[in-house]
Unconditional design. Structure first.
Length: 198
């Protein structure tokens, strides 16, 4: 007799939840099937009904998170086409808060090195038209790569600092850097004059 779809989905989700719990305790690549089954409360044969192996589960988890990120980005962006004013949206805070723990676990030092590339490939095409960077800019792809790497690096740094700032404060820094650049944090130099010897 075939299982009900809701039971199937509940079982699959139990394995996903077990994965996230274990990922907070040890490197992702060291999570074993027997640990997942014990944590989820099922046997090995049940695990293999849903996933080929731990790599297959990891791919499923990453696909889920990427889909959530894309949907959140689409919901947070202006509705009437590309606009350069992102300050009036919740894009940064919504996506950042959704990425928070799970993104750090997947993209951090004990995660999956290839996941960052997938994030960039999936999110950049959605967000890029709304950034205050012209697509005609020389080396546009390099600029986007810098911006996305910096955003992900900020997330990792925040975690490594034991979240010494609130999520809201980090979002403000991220949004300011993304929309105004480093110049927003540069102190203007004193002009020559005022008794300076030149």
């Amino acid at each position: 007799m075939k299982k009900q779809p809701e039971i199937t989905e509940k079982t699959r989700q139990r394995f996903v939840d077990a994965f996230w719990e274990l990922a907070q305790e040890k490197p992702i690549r060291k999570i074993a099937v027997n640990e997942l089954t014990r944590r989820a409360g099922y046997n090995r044969s049940t695990f293999y009904e849903y996933f080929l192996d731990t790599d297959d589960l990891l791919a499923y988890v990453e696909d889920q998170l990427l889909e959530d990120l894309k949907q959140e980005a689409l919901l947070s962006l202006p509705e009437n086409g590309p606009q350069k004013d992102l300050e009036s949206t919740n894009l940064f805070s919504n996506v950042f808060l959704l990425m928070n723990e799970k993104m750090y676990l997947l993209a951090g030092p004990t995660g999956d090195p290839g996941f960052i590339t997938r994030v960039k490939e999936e999110l950049i095409p959605i967000v890029a038209p709304h950034l205050p960077i012209s697509t005609d800019t020389d080396h546009f792809d390099y600029v986007l790569s810098f911006v996305s790497s910096a955003a992900l690096g900020l997330l990792q740094y925040w975690h490594n600092q034991n979240k010494s700032l609130s999520a809201e404060e980090v979002c403000v820094i991220l949004q300011t850097l993304m929309l105004r650049g480093l110049s927003a944090y540069v102190t203007p130099k004193e002009p020559l004059g005022n008794g300076a010897v030149g």
